[in-house]
Design a protein around this ligand. Structure first.
Ligand code: HEM
Length: 489
């Protein structure tokens, strides 16, 4: 108990709090980025606060990101933190429910499947899903209307990701029962489950039933594919069916099924939150939505031909929209690690003891004016080198060409050390879905811009606040926007 109230001389400063167990849980939980910024001003880049009775040490800024995310496996551990939450949702033997070396192999299988050829096949799948969604959905019938954009983007994200990454059979099941089952799985991801994951509560019973049912749907689909002798598909499920661990053993069907759940869950919240933010930002800046349309007319042709993978590289503003939105609205605001042995913080007197949890928050440096002029301004044009708002350092994101690279077992990744912009993390646990997310988001934006003009309902340039109540941050709802079809003039 005294450990919670006092700090050892070598521990970072402790954020003041009134109540021992609660500590700063409430102020942190209400608005984590604000909490980090206020305490960075008071205490510097490295400080400790109490989160549900646990001493949690935050280390922000590029050095902090590097210290935590590129920490050695003997020093830091993700699975000790996350497995209570993820194993009941994903299932056994994958991700954090297995030794880290196995996760690295699993990430490699998934990363290797995402070839240029695969991406070429995904862009038409995603564009067709977007067009057909807007055509058949009642809320988008007519010339114009008002809609809460968040649930719409959640649906578009799941339809596009499941179709591209898991094949048409799985995608079609989302029109039937899979959507409800994933909804039940999702309830296992509420922050309260960090403490009550084991409890026989109604939502945990539904989570467990959903996990078993969804896993069976995948396993039945795998069996049916094998029976048909299917070859040549570009989805990840197919690739995993043909992958072999270093031991020489093929990936068992239940692990493929559990990885499919993990993949869709990992991508769903992050991508749907990002796409919703993009649409809300565009509604607050209709001029940029028009720039995006004109960029397509200029670079792809006035008749706007079907979008191809290669076209995405011809649309720099379309790419910058995703980058800039992730700078200000990275859906993962806190990345946690258990401390396995005392960790001295280079250049300071601090040593982080094993009783602490480490917390990285790359979003803090991504909105720091030291690196990004007018940091709170959403301005996608800043990513063009000529912009007066261009980031103040030359290398503002992990540079695949120049950076120091490491192989953690899932292919070479740039360490990202020293970068203030890491929405996809860094190191051993870095996102393998980054390229897919970019292709998916850029395609969704490009296709939406072809069909609509958006603006705020009151015509203002206001932007809605952020909901931090779940593990991934997202816009507060209802997030209503006014839409108007382009082709109705
Ligand atoms: C890991 C962000 C989309 C699959 C991560 C991490 C971040 C991140 C920050 C590191 C977590 C940590 O260090 O603990 C994002 C964002 C996305 C996105 C911002 C979209 C805008 C996706 C998609 C997929 C995916 C679409 C799947 C296709 C994964 C996986 C990991 C990961 C498998 C590895 C977890 C680990 O090694 O512990 N992501 N992600 N992500 N992401 Fe993503």
């Amino acid at each position: 108990f005294s450990q919670l109230l006092f700090q050892d001389a070598n521990e970072p400063p402790l954020v003041f709090h009134w109540f021992p167990f609660v500590g700063s849980t409430i102020t942190y939980g209400m608005d984590p980025p604000r909490f980090f910024k206020e305490n960075k001003e008071k205490h510097g880049d490295c400080f400790t606060f109490i989160l549900l009775g646990k001493k949690t040490t935050v280390y922000v800024g590029p050095k902090g990101n590097d210290f935590i995310l590129n920490g050695k496996i003997r020093d830091v551990c993700a699975e000790d933190i996350y497995t209570v939450l993820t194993t009941p949702v994903f299932g056994k033997d994958v991700v954090y429910d297995c030794p880290n070396a196995k996760l690295m192999e699993q990430k490699k299988f998934m990363k290797v499947a995402l070839t240029t050829e695969a991406f070429r096949s995904y862009v038409p799948i995603i564009s067709d899903e977007v067009t057909s969604y807007f055509k058949r959905t009642a809320d988008f019938k007519g010339k114009s209307g008002i809609v809460n954009i968040c649930p719409k983007l959640a649906q578009i994200t799941i339809f596009t990701a499941s179709h591209a990454l898991q094949g048409k059979e799985i995608r079609d099941k989302f029109d039937e029962k899979l959507a409800d089952l994933y909804h039940d799985l999702d309830m296992g991801f509420s922050p309260i489950n960090f403490m009550l994951h084991w409890a026989p509560l109604p939502w945990n019973n539904r989570r467990d039933h959903a996990q078993r049912t969804v896993a069976k749907i995948y396993m039945d689909t795998i069996k049916a594919r094998r029976a048909r002798g299917e070859t040549g598909a570009q989805d990840i499920m197919y690739h995993l069916m043909n992958s072999t661990y270093k031991t020489g053993n093929p990936v068992p069907d239940h692990e493929i099924a559990h990885m499919m759940i993990a993949l869709l869950m990992a991508g769903q919240h992050s991508s749907s939150s990002t796409s919703a933010w993009i649409m809300l930002r565009l509604a607050s800046r209709p001029d940029i939505m028009e720039d995006l349309y004109q960029e397509q007319v200029k670079n792809l042709g006035a008749d706007l031909p079907p979008l191809a993978y290669e076209d995405l590289a011809k649309l720099p503003l379309n790419q910058a929209i995703v980058k800039e939105t992730l700078r200000l609205h990275a859906p993962i605001h806190s990345i946690m690690r258990a401390v396995k042995q005392p960790m001295p913080v280079p250049g300071t007197k601090f040593v982080i003891p094993t009783s602490h949890v480490l917390l990285a928050a790359p979003g803090v440096s991504a909105s720091d004016e030291q690196y990004f002029p007018e940091p709170d301004l959403w301005e996608p044009h800043r990513w063009s080198k000529e912009s007066p708002l261009a980031p103040s350092i030359v290398r503002n994101e992990p540079d695949e060409e120049e950076d120091e690279k490491v192989d953690y077992g899932y292919g070479l990744v740039s360490k990202g050390a020293g970068s203030p912009y890491l929405p996809f993390g860094a190191g051993r646990h870095r996102c393998i879905g980054e390229q897919f997310a970019n292709v998916q988001l850029q395609t969704i934006v490009a296709m939406t811009v072809r069909l609509f003009r958006f603006r705020n309902v009151d015509g203002s340039d206001k932007v809605i606040g952020t909901d931090y109540a779940s593990l991934f941050s997202r816009p507060l709802e209802p997030a209503n926007i006014y839409w108007e079809r382009r082709d109705q003039e």
